[in-house]
Design a protein around this ligand. Structure first.
Ligand code: MG
Length: 146
């Protein structure tokens, strides 16, 4: 049985495997990350190292990276989120989605964001997150941290 941090190491390995086995002729792959309790521990306000390593591994393999967070996208939260990511040395992502305040349905927001990524011309390689809505249609392979 996986417990505590081991689950993140396990999911990191799954993600690295997907990266290693991708079709290397495809140049527009994107890795889609959730933020809270996926790459950042919201309780301790720290990085979740294995998932951060996976993010870095994606970058070193020239894969685009995107963050989709259900944090409400008001001005303050946008500023705070960018600053917080920067603090943890997360600054080379290509897109960052925060939930429009009028859109209350997180599942729809996450799906629409993934659809938008595809419409922007990227090809989702995998999506990783701790909630069921972080993965699914238009997200490539699913890595559910659970
Ligand atoms: Mg989350």
């Amino acid at each position: 049985m996986l417990k505590g941090n081991d689950i993140y190491y396990d999911k990191m390995k799954v993600g690295k495997n997907i990266i290693d086995n991708r079709d290397k002729s495809i140049k527009n792959y994107v890795a889609i990350f959730d933020i809270d309790d996926t790459i950042l521990d919201t309780t301790k306000n720290t990085l979740i190292e294995p998932i951060y390593n996976l993010y870095k591994y994606a970058l070193s393999n020239k894969i685009y990276t995107v963050f989709i967070t259900a944090r409400e996208g008001n001005k303050e939260n946008i500023k705070y989120t960018i600053k917080q990511l920067k603090f943890f040395n997360i600054k080379n992502y290509d897109l960052l989605y925060l939930r429009p305040p009028r859109l209350k349905d997180i599942e729809k927001f996450k799906l629409y964001s993934r659809m938008n990524i595809t419409e922007c011309g990227y090809k989702p390689l995998f999506s990783i997150g701790d909630m069921y809505w972080d993965i699914g249609d238009f997200g490539g392979e699913s890595i559910h941290i659970c």
